[in-house]
Design a protein around this ligand. Structure first.
Ligand SMILES: NC(=O)c1ccc[n+]([C@@H]2O[C@H](COP(=O)([O-])OP(=O)(O)OC[C@H]3O[C@@H](n4cnc5c(N)ncnc54)[C@H](OP(=O)(O)O)[C@@H]3O)[C@@H](O)[C@H]2O)c1
Length: 300
């Protein structure tokens, strides 16, 4: 089975390439904007691909003829999307339309990664049947891309996820766990939101869910996240506990006080029973996830 990944330099993209190249039955084609930033270049094919260029997307997909495309690439900085709506539309909506158009030529199974931000956060945790109500430009672009995938006539899966954490090879991209650890180690005060609730998702767990969706040819909408729904500040406290760091540097702040450009849903979280049942999804707990990250940091 041939699987093509978009956004292979991203957090999920890197985890997916590293997972798929270990699978005998899978031929993995990694694609990313610019150069390949994954350290290990063995065991898969790499094609440089900017998804906003429809002709290039078409050429690569027609040349590679994947059975399945896992579309992870997106403009993911929520505040940047709010400030640059045209760029957000281009990278999140038009790019997805380009992929759909090319996949239709070869009837590939399309797996699209979406977000808990499609919900307004007034009634979490959410199931796949709940009604979206996106609050930001980013969230609206992801929901619009979901619709393009759903209406494509292709066999598709949409995996919605949230607050994904993990380490990439370039370590450019931080996350709540790495940021808290580093700040507390350096004795720096951090302001952490105390009124937003999420289900943190280990990037490796999400990559496994994508792989399972591909090989099972599972179709439809799936909610894929960690099981525990906790406040962002409680994640920071868990990091402090795990590494034995001083919590006095963690300063609670409310969403209203922080006043970020993009609106965020207050309480999301997912009911993941459909993914457990149909994808065999079995995510790690937050403590287990922090321990896995710690091992990876120590190996670097
Ligand atoms: N991380 C989360 O907490 C989270 C939560 C909910 C949903 N999601 C969704 O999960 C997916 C994966 O997220 P992630 O955490 O892996 O994000 P990420 O680390 O920001 O990676 C996204 C990748 O997409 C690439 N990209 C953006 N525009 C592109 C284009 N026009 N052509 C080719 N590549 C392009 C970026 O390339 P560059 O590296 O060159 O910029 C980046 O490597 C995304 O669809 C995101 O919306 C993520």
């Amino acid at each position: 089975m041939k699987i093509l990944i978009t956004g292979s330099n991203g957090l999920l993209g890197q985890k997916l390439v590293n997972l798929l190249k270990t699978k005998q039955e899978i031929e993995c084609i990694a694609t990313a904007r610019g150069n390949n930033r994954i350290k290990d270049k063995q065991g898969y094919i790499f094609e440089s691909l900017d998804l906003t260029n429809s002709r290039d997307v078409f050429e690569v997909i027609i040349k590679q003829k994947p059975d399945c495309v896992i579309h992870t690439a997106a403009m993911t900085n929520v505040d940047e999307c709010e400030l640059k709506p045209d760029e957000c539309n281009l990278n999140n909506v038009i790019a997805t339309a380009n992929i759909v158009k090319s996949c239709k030529e070869i009837r590939a199974h399309l797996i699209y990664i979406s977000t808990d931000f499609v919900f307004d956060g007034t009634a979490g945790p959410y199931s796949e049947e709940d009604q979206p109500n996106p609050l930001s430009i980013y969230a609206k672009s992801k929901l619009e891309a979901e619709k393009i995938v759903e209406d494509s006539g292709l066999p598709f899966s949409i995996l919605r996820t949230m607050i994904v954490y993990g380490i990439t090879d370039d370590i450019q991209r931080s996350n709540i766990i790495l940021w808290t650890k580093k700040s507390l180690e350096e004795g720096k005060d951090i302001r952490v939101i105390n009124d937003q609730f999420r289900g943190p998702t280990l990037a490796e767990d999400l990559a496994i869910a994508c792989y399972e969706a591909a090989i099972r040819k599972a179709t439809g909408l799936f909610h894929v996240s960690g099981r525990e729904v906790i406040s962002i500040i409680d994640i920071a406290y868990k990091v402090a506990d795990y590494f034995g760091l001083d919590k006095k540097y963690i300063r609670p702040v409310s969403t209203a006080e922080l006043n970020q450009p993009a609106k965020r849903p207050l309480k999301t979280g997912f009911i993941i029973s459909k993914a457990e049942r149909e994808l065999g999804f079995n995510p790690h707990s937050i403590e287990e996830g922090i321990a896995i990250l710690n091992e990876q940091i120590n190996r670097k």
